[in-house]
Unconditional design. Sequence first.
Length: 75
Amino acid sequence: MNLDDALQLFLRRVEVIVSMEMGDKIPTREAYKEIKDEVRKLKKLKKQIHHETSAAAHAATTNVVQLDWDEKLPF
């Protein structure tokens, strides 16, 4: 999952929670707790995505070819 997908999912969930609260299906305090939980999930996912992309970028930049100078060339 990338950050754009995570944001879209977050927005959909918050929209449902707000709609339920406005329609008196859940109390305001519960809606607040649910939205706070969604924010926590989004932050955790953002950190995970950032960690994965930075690790992949670091791995791509640290690929070093080892040369054996004593090896004879084929020509």
